[in-house]
Design a protein around this ligand. Structure first.
Ligand code: HEC
Length: 102
């Protein structure tokens, strides 16, 4: 019975929870670079998550991007064809690459 009362009090209390002042939500903008292959990224990658997931990795090697794209297919069952995976990898390496192949 005491447990029930406690649950009831907690529940009712949460209904009246208030926040004083404005709540600020950080605004994060992702710079999307338009270029050859971007449409393939849009079609194959952005159905599951935002672009932020991708470019939060920072500049990376071609190998890194190829493996990430492969990971999306093997781990998360992304329906990406081999041709599109190549195009996406080229795009990511060109615009978010560090210049290194490996
Ligand atoms: C079928 C859904 C799906 C598709 C399509 C998809 N991803 Fe992901 N992606 C995920 C999931 C799930 C995660 C992991 C989310 C988490 O850990 O919170 C993820 C995470 C990531 C990460 C973060 C690093 C990591 O290894 O977890 C990167 C980078 C990434 N995806 C790149 C891509 C790229 C590039 C494409 C397009 C070629 C793509 N994703 C397409 C589902 C997908």
């Amino acid at each position: 019975m005491k447990k029930l009362l406690l649950i009831a009090i907690l529940f009712v209390g949460s209904l009246f929870a208030q926040v004083k002042g404005d709540v600020e939500v950080p605004y994060i903008s992702y710079q999307i670079k338009m270029g050859k292959g971007f449409d393939a990224v849009q079609a194959n990658c952005l159905m599951c998550h935002s672009f932020g997931y991708i470019i939060n990795q920072g500049p990376q090697s071609r190998d890194f991007w190829a493996k990430k794209t492969e990971k999306m297919v093997t781990h998360f069952k992304a329906p990406i064809t081999k041709e599109d995976a190549e195009i996406v990898t080229d795009y990511l390496f060109k615009y978010y690459g560090n210049g290194k192949i490996k």
